[in-house]
Design a protein around this ligand. Sequence first.
Ligand code: AMP
Ligand code: ZN
Length: 244
Amino acid sequence: METNSIPALFVKKQSSLVGPVILLGAPGAGKGTQAKRISEYFGIPQISTGDILRENIREGTELGKTAKLLMDRGELVPDELVCQMVASRLRLPDCANGFILDGFPRTVAQAEWLDGHLAGQHFFESTKGRLGAVVIQLVVEYNQLLQRLTGRRTCPTCGRIYNVYTTQRPKTEGVCDVDGSELVTRKDDREDVIAERLKNYEAQTLPLVTYYGGHKQLSDINGMDDLDSITAAVFKAIEDGNRM
Ligand code: AMP
Ligand code: ZN
């Protein structure tokens, strides 16, 4: 079975204009997996704040040094730092037709900043006018989140996500199907840190559901369905959002 890339039944679309897509959901809800599929299908970039922070840690930047201490404990990086980082990423030309935010916003302050930032941008001027963000929440029960996070392995080369407890396990144990790299366990996917991350998610990120609750394009999707059904529902939410 194809684990991470989009299956043939979703014929590539590479739509001309998608606008911003915001993926909400707890750690382990499947945001990264779905974001990669959206990115391939619609031809827009995945902006994962967690990935950018991990890149900064690898490169030893100042931001990386500050972030590492917090991330290793399962705490959030301060809003100002993350917002600045997102602002510079959104300035790159590949965001012109839309982008997927995976792991951002994570606090109400970040969501307020994003609203203001997008309102001041001209990314989406076209014959259709400016597109609002499509906000999608992937909903997964607590026990499943725990299992997914403890079983998660990632490829350091291509970023694909596997799980040793589910059908998303790699064909050969410990090795990426695509490029043969040795899979790794993220440092914050250890049990004590996971508990802290889930606690912080409930306290700091869950309030975003209320924040976006009045949003006409907020869709709740059952993140415990099989992978392809989730992807189909996600694509539909994005397409419906674009028609409004
Ligand atoms: P993720 O890969 O999305 O699970 O993020 C890993 C870690 O990076 C989180 O536990 C936070 O410490 C940090 N992080 C990622 N995105 C954000 C954000 N939007 N705001 C604050 N911290 C973040
Ligand atoms: Zn790989």
